[in-house]
Write a protein that binds this ligand. Structure first.
Ligand code: GAL
Length: 671
């Protein structure tokens, strides 16, 4: 049973007006005089929502059973006084020193047996019964104290669960893993069958013999690895649920969430699974400064977050006003980039724009991380941009609650990501996100909006469905994808999809087992390419990474390999299915190749760009229930760009004249 089935607290949006704006607030790092100045600055910037107390346990409970809430009382009262709502943290993301000293067994253990010590943060394992006892203890104290506080709008449970450490190998983790396996399989025979332990004499006589897949002489059992991945994702969420159970008991009406890290960099947590237990989806996103196309990675993260949220509005819980401090070279954001980033998240479904953090620290390891109030204070570019952003978000209040419109779905599955990247596969160069992001990038560049959809979620209403390197898939999900084609969608499936089932057992009879009939192809043998090599295809485009021996079994070839030993073998095929079509792509095309395939897919499916615009403009449309629509156009280029739209531009309040300035953003409430 999920938490949502047991109770339904009020929506966080009932408590917030317009687009929420703010960030992490860590007042415990500052004297009262600064905290009072904060209130004035917050009013100036139009701050409406703050996450408070995320790393404050050691100050709230300085010794076991001794509490000091005076400073937090003052902060909460003052914030309520200026009308700011609070996502109050459970303070559990950094256990205090006294707790570690008394109970060092709460510390996380890595695969090689290293115990990760204190002095930083997140130094606990979620399966520690002792840790959970103390964490639920401080959570209960906070809930009891602030349950009727007018500032309290949301519980911010722990922080970025699984950040820094997402796999836990200690003794208590091993015991929890064994219990989880017992619940999953019931009998040891079922586990042996699922893990294929007849191989290499890995058969288990009882659950007690099982250990986490730590270090071993050679490759570890893939079923064990996959289940350990599932277990760790579950264990973090199970810890979340235990804290939320306390919050539900004491503050049943207050919604709960935790901040996810959905992006191309976070693989270990199955956020589609987690979403079932979050009352609202919240995400943190940080740009990689060295990525020249970082706006596309941002779009990918935001689209994925919206997918996790099932299309509902979500909270951008953290991003940065300018530089971070944890990349090798921390370049500041360019002028206007923060506004573009913020509105890009909004354009992709966020209804709250928040930062890490409100005021830049003067001490500690994040003192060179940007914030809303920089070291230099008010007379800084960053502060002026923060104030401008606050004003912009006020004008965008009408967008609140509207939903992003997309006719293209990219199927996204953490389990397939995990399974497909376990060792001992045909090629280390097949990475789950590479082809998927190459398609996403092409669609981004064309202004075609994309939803990320879990393979077993409804694909109804999509004109185009892309299934990229979806190595493992359940029967149910394969049928769901096939049904989309029958119903009229153009479905493209790529190489190394549908190879295995959810146990990571190969589907026999020829690849890609789960999609063979849908696609009308049968693949006999894989021919992954050696590092750095490329192939010429019959239409003159180039590909890399992968080729394979494809036989037609109902499909027609649209393109073929041209080189020995696969001359004339299909590399791209198509089969008509019901009202739609199923395409198969048997290699990783280069940029031109992907462009050409995307052209063909868009033409066949009828999926179209959001609007006509010059290159360099990011486009999305949000539509509200009452039919109003809002076109977001973000000009990432350094010259002004034309966009075809008519209506009132919300940021200026004027009629839209058709052009977006270099680096600028327009939001058109369309006629
Ligand atoms: C996040 C974290 C914040 C802060 C931020 C810096 O991962 O939740 O507390 O450390 O990164 O970028």
């Amino acid at each position: 049973m999920t938490l949502q089935e047991t109770s339904s607290p009020a929506s966080v949006w009932n408590n917030i007006e317009g687009i929420a704006f703010g960030g992490d607030y860590n007042p415990e790092q500052w004297p009262v005089s600064v905290r009072l100045e904060d209130l004035e600055l917050m009013k100036e910037a139009g701050v409406s929502f703050l996450s408070v107390g995320i790393f404050s346990w050691a100050l709230l409970e300085p010794a076991e059973g001794t509490y000091d809430f005076a400073w937090l009382d003052e902060v909460m009262d003052n914030l309520a006084g200026i009308g700011v709502k609070v996502a109050l943290a459970t303070a559990t993301a950094a256990p205090p020193a006294w707790l570690v000293r008394k109970h060092p067994e709460i510390l996380p253990v890595t695969a090689d047996g290293t115990v990760l010590g204190p002095g930083s943060r997140r130094h606990y394992t979620p399966s520690s019964a002792v840790y959970r006892r103390y964490a639920t203890g401080i959570t209960r104290k906070l809930a009891e104290r602030y349950k009727d506080h007018p500032a309290l709008a949301l519980w911010h449970v722990d922080n970025e669960l699984g950040c820094h450490v997402s796999e836990f190998y200690g003794e208590e983790d091993a015991a929890a893993f064994r219990s989880w396996l017992k619940r999953r399989y019931g009998t040891i025979d079922a586990l042996n069958a699922s893990w294929g332990t007849a191989f290499w004499s890995q058969n288990y006589g009882s659950f007690d013999e099982i250990l986490p897949p730590a270090v071993a002489p050679s490759t570890l059992n893939p079923g064990q690895q996959l289940d350990f991945q599932r277990f760790n994702s579950w264990a973090l969420m199970d810890y979340y649920r235990e804290l939320v159970a306390v919050l539900r008991e004491v503050t049943p009406g207050v919604p709960c969430t935790t901040n996810l890290m959905a992006s191309s960099a976070t693989k270990s947590m199955d956020y589609f699974d987690w979403a079932k237990d979050l009352d609202v989806i919240a995400n943190d996103h940080y740009l990689v400064a060295a990525d020249p196309e970082r706006q596309i990675e941002l779009a990918f993260s935001a689209d994925l977050t919206r997918g996790i949220a099932g299309g509902d509005p979500w909270i951008l819980m953290e991003h940065s006003t300018s530089a971070v401090n944890w990349q090798p070279r921390n370049q500041p954001k360019m002028p206007g980039e923060m506004l573009r980033n913020s509105l890009a998240h909004l354009a992709r479904g966020a209804d709250a724009v928040m930062f890490f953090q409100w005021r830049q620290s003067f001490a500690g390891s994040e003192k060179f991380h940007s914030a809303m109030v920089p070291h230099g204070g008010r007379d800084t570019r960053v502060w002026r941009e923060v104030v401008d952003l606050g004003a912009a978000l006020k004008r965008l209040a009408p967008v609140r609650g509207s939903r992003v419109e997309s006719r293209v779905a990219i199927v996204f599955d953490y389990e397939a990501w995990w399974a497909g990247e376990i060792d001992s596969k045909p090629s280390v160069d097949v990475k789950y996100l590479d082809l998927l992001r190459a398609f996403h990038r092409q669609l981004f560049l064309r202004g075609v909006s994309v939803d990320m959809v879990h393979p077993s979620a409804s694909l109804e209403g999509y004109d185009l469905v892309l299934v990229c390197t979806l190595y493992s898939v359940t029967d149910e999900a394969a049928a769901n994808i096939a049904a989309a084609a029958s119903a009229g969608a153009t479905v493209l499936v790529s190489y190394f999809s549908g190879i295995a089932d959810e146990k990571d057992h190969v589907r026999l009879g020829g690849y890609p087992g789960a999609f063979r009939d849908l696609l009308g192809v049968r693949v006999e043998e894989f021919h992954p390419l050696l590092a750095g090599t490329q192939l010429k295809l019959s239409d003159g485009t180039i590909s890399s990474v992968w080729s394979e021996h494809v036989h037609l079994a109902g499909a027609e070839a649209l393109q073929t390999f041209t080189e020995y030993p696969l001359e004339g073998v299909p590399s791209l095929t198509k089969r008509s299915v019901g009202a739609g079509a199923a395409w198969y792509l048997a290699t990783f095309p280069d940029r031109e190749g992907i462009e050409s395939i995307v052209d063909q897919l868009l033409e066949e499916s009828g999926a179209a760009p959001v609007a006509a615009a010059d290159p360099g403009v990011e486009l999305t449309r949000r539509r509200s229930d009452d039919g109003r629509s809002f076109l977001f156009a973000i000009n990432h280029s350094r010259s002004s760009a034309l966009v075809q739209a008519s209506g009132v531009e919300l940021l200026s309040g004027e009629r839209f004249e058709g052009s977006v300035p270099a680096g600028g953003v327009v939001v058109v409430a369309e006629d």
